[in-house]
Design a binder for this molecule. Structure first.
Ligand SMILES: [Mg+2]
Length: 385
């Protein structure tokens, strides 16, 4: 498959409602898609970088710049050294370095190249990952942010809607001053619900925090995710020894090496793995294998993806759940938080979603919808000739 060129497509997707987390409020979801075009077809990748980044993830604009400056160039060079042939999906991630920006680029370009490859071969991502029978559908988990003005009534309504839609678990965002009361309210409404909380690193772990967070055990919380800042692997290990609620790490698990360090230190009993952050599907699969070996159940976490990125996570999550019993992943329909998703997503029925079986990674964005959204498109022709 000769590489013809790469197109970078930037688009702003409006959120259905403002999304509040301990890290701030998000109103729109700017997104970067990468389209890899070969003589025989094309493939699409979705970049999960958020507008403002996170404590450990670069902002979208930084990744966009790097996609122009070196993402396209590395793929172009790789094709050049192969006589113009597109490298295989497995060869893409090693073209990039270990920085946070490079891991995002690796994940995005890997998805695009792999999509092109799988479409040519007529294979789905689930088939390529070797997913066996019994894993064709996956349960869907919901994430509920901190409502405006910390309105407990609004929280109850949002959680109620997620539960009625069949969410197999709910992950509540918490922060100092918004921890016990929201959890108490949700537990009162839903005694049997699988409930996780996610602090996005907003606590400090002093004695008051330990006393406060310990009270979450009264409400049968499955785990508290990322209570302390991402760099604090040792502090998380110390906190884990005194807290009666298991710790799950998310932002701390920024690289496959950090995952191994966290497991070695006993910093977490559970893990939220994000392919975009870790450097792609293969990097995440390796990190998951390390978690499974350590007996740490994991799930695939979301970044407010559109349907393409989420379909990739869906196929990966189903393969990982075949390797080891894990937690419920963030696999809900992007239409839950985006008013317009140019990719679309398989229907979620009674809290379950079917893993895509069509050729390719998942859902490619629709050109007409991208046009309506006034996407900015830049074309970079291959230079091997
Ligand atoms: Mg999290």
């Amino acid at each position: 498959m000769k590489l013809a060129g790469v197109e970078l497509v930037s688009v702003d997707l409006p959120f259905r409602h403002d999304i509040g987390t301990a890290a701030g409020v998000h109103r729109t979801r700017p997104l970067l898609f990468v389209r890899v075009v070969t003589e025989g077809g094309e493939g699409w990748g979705e970049c999960a970088a958020l507008d403002g980044g996170t404590a450990v993830d670069p902002a979208l604009r930084e990744v966009e710049r790097a996609a122009v400056d070196r993402g396209v160039a590395r793929l172009d060079q790789a094709a050049k050294s192969r006589g113009g042939d597109l490298p295989s999906g497995a060869e893409v991630a090693p073209l990039f370095g270990s920085s946070a920006v490079d891991r995002m680029l690796a994940a995005t370009f890997e998805m695009a190249v792999w999509d092109a490859e799988l479409r040519t071969e007529g294979r789905s991502m689930a088939q390529a990952l070797g997913t066996g029978p019994g894993f064709e559908t996956m349960p869907v988990g919901a994430v509920v942010g901190i409502p405006a003005d910390r309105d407990v009534g609004a929280l109850r309504r949002e959680v109620g809607a997620a539960v009625r839609a069949g969410a197999a678990r709910v992950r509540l965002k918490i922060e100092p001053g918004w921890e016990i009361e929201p959890v108490r309210a949700v537990r009162e409404d839903h005694p049997g619900l699988v409930l996780q909380v996610d602090a996005n690193g907003s606590f400090r772990g002093d004695e008051d925090d330990v006393a406060l967070l310990s009270r979450l055990a009264d409400f049968d919380v499955l785990c508290i995710e990322q209570p302390l800042p991402p760099a604090d692997l040792v502090a998380h290990a110390q906190l884990a020894r005194v807290l009666p609620v298991p710790i799950c790490l998310d932002e701390s698990l920024s690289t496959p090496r950090r995952v191994r360090d966290a497991l070695r230190n006993g910093s977490c009993a559970m893990a939220c793995l994000k392919p975009a952050r870790l450097g792609g599907v293969r990097a995440t699969w390796a990190a998951h294998a390390a978690c499974a070996e350590a007996g740490v159940p994991a799930f695939v976490g979301g970044f407010f993806e559109a349907g393409l990125g989420r379909a990739s996570n869906l196929a990966l999550a189903s393969r990982l759940s075949q390797d080891a019993t894990g937690l419920v992943s963030d696999l809900g329909d992007p239409a839950d938080y985006l008013s317009v998703d140019p990719c679309g997503y398989p229907p979620v029925t009674g809290g379950w979603v079917r893993v895509p079986d069509a050729p390719g990674v998942g859902r490619r964005p629709d050109d007409a919808v991208l046009g309506t959204l006034q996407a900015r498109r830049g074309w970079f022709p291959a230079t091997y000739t």
